[in-house]
Design a protein around this ligand. Structure first.
Ligand SMILES: Cc1ncc(COP(=O)(O)O)c(C=O)c1O
Length: 440
């Protein structure tokens, strides 16, 4: 098949999660970034409404992080992570456990959110086996969940487009229903009122499969990639209770919600529910160097620490687990967050973003508005037979106006850097409003 486009030098790169042919006909090339802004190859300044891809939480080009990466590259480029160590990996793990909820004080490093998810799922299985409950092999996810793109993650995930091309995936998985209920919850301010009872789906799955077969449940506290679904009041608490009752591990995938997005370092703290494991990535290095992590309850870690001391306890890891550049970036990122009080700033801006977004309520096509902390979603009615196109047109219009937003399905998603000003929130939302008025 031939592709009509202008520049054959763009052919070789097969872009991820992108309409490649459309992009290559009208590329959107970013060449520089600083603070709240990108600049394009044609010199336009773009206000970043999505922290790159929900990751540049402290804004772009932060000097401490830049210097740390430069120094580390010169000092030691790489150190093998298996049976060897380097000080910054230990220092970063230690520093991170000062931010995590109580008890989650053991850290396993990966290179992405997807890898953090695979790691957590494998840990859950191996943990139950180590404590003599090897029958607990079933993993439970949720409809509309996004847990990255590897086989475990898409198996527990619930986004049909990410699953249907890839065969049978991991077996023995089941799903809770999603919590999106516009009939009862549309235009909620913050957390929706209705839907805590949806957590009882886990009781039904226990009745169906028996608790002795279930290892873990994984959910995003706020589902991001599926269009910003804020947990109904009481839902996460109920899930925690049911997991406790049946000895099932609860994993929060905080790849998006971690590092200040909801007004606390982790959404677990914001919503007052402590899981057994947290998966994280993105904001851990301010998006500067790829890195992910799994935070684990010490009791889970300690269960592995048995048998002969010379034996490897967990046969899992990546060549780049705890890479020196990532650890240097991570330490400087935590300092940068602390310097600016950034990890709690989203709670101060929760109302500002909420009020600005709810001002869009009467615009054409707007069917729901959802928000929490510094994350927002504006759901538009889909065009008949063309799901996602209306929101994508809004995205293109915003980009032409100098603002970067993201779309998933027909939801326009906002997740700006945590340094954003109230005026810039206003600018982003005004730009989205103009775009919505213009698209058919
Ligand atoms: C909740 C969640 N989990 C996992 C991932 C995957 O992370 P990565 O793209 O770094 O593999 C993402 C990415 O957006 C995510 O939002």
């Amino acid at each position: 098949m031939t592709t009509a486009h202008h520049d054959p030098r763009l052919d070789a790169y097969w872009m991820p999660f992108t309409a490649n042919r459309q992009f290559k006909q009208a590329p959107r090339m970013m060449t520089r970034a600083e603070g709240m802004h990108y600049w394009t190859d044609d010199g336009r300044q773009i206000l970043d409404g999505v922290a790159g891809l929900w990751c540049v939480n402290a804004g772009h080009g932060r000097p401490k992080i830049v210097q740390a990466i430069q120094q580390q590259a010169a000092e030691m480029d790489f150190a093998p992570p298996f049976q060897m160590g380097h000080p910054k990996a230990f220092a970063l793990a230690d520093a991170l456990t000062r931010l995590t909820p109580p008890g989650l004080n053991r850290v396993f490093f990966t290179n992405s959110g997807s890898e953090a998810v695979e790691t957590a799922l494998k840990m859950a299985l191996a943990y139950h086996r180590a404590r003599g409950e090897g029958t607990r092999t079933r993993l439970i996810g949720r409809e509309r969940g996004y847990h990255g793109v590897n086989f475990g993650g898409i198996s527990v995930g619930g986004i049909v487009t990410n699953r249907k091309q890839f065969g049978a995936m991991v077996s023995g998985v089941d799903h809770l229903r999603h919590t999106h209920d516009p009939a009862r919850n549309a235009f909620s301010i913050g957390q929706p009122e209705h839907g805590a009872e949806l957590a009882d789906d886990l009781e039904r799955l226990v009745a169906l499969h028996d608790a002795s077969t279930i290892a873990a449940v994984i959910v995003e506290p706020i589902a991001g990639s599926t269009g910003v679904l804020v947990p109904p009041k009481g839902y996460l608490q109920r899930l925690r209770e049911i997991c406790d009752k049946h000895g099932i591990l609860l994993i929060f995938d905080e790849v998006i919600t971690g590092f200040g997005r909801t007004g606390q370092p982790f959404a677990a703290q914001t919503f007052g529910v402590t899981p057994d494991m947290i998966t994280a990535a993105k904001g851990i290095t301010n998006g500067c160097v790829p890195m992910g992590a799994v935070f684990v309850q010490q009791a889970i870690h300690d269960t592995f620490m048995q048998g002969p001391e010379h034996a490897i306890e967990f046969f899992h890891g990546y060549t780049y687990s705890g890479h020196p550049l990532a650890c240097a970036a991570g330490l400087a990122t935590l300092e940068t967050y602390a310097d600016g009080g950034l990890l709690t700033r989203a709670s101060a801006l929760h109302d500002t973003l909420g009020q600005a977004l709810h001002g869009l309520r009467e615009l054409p096509h707007v069917v729901d508005i959802r928000h929490f902390g510094l994350v927002g979603g504006i759901e538009l009615a889909s065009r008949p037979g063309a799901v996602g196109q209306r929101a994508f047109d809004v995205f293109l219009d915003c980009f032409a106006q100098g603002v970067m937003v993201r779309t998933t399905g027909d939801t326009v998603a906002l997740s700006p850097p945590l340094i954003i000003s109230a005026d810039q929130i206003g600018q982003i939302v005004e730009t989205v409003a103009t775009a919505i008025r213009r698209v058919a």
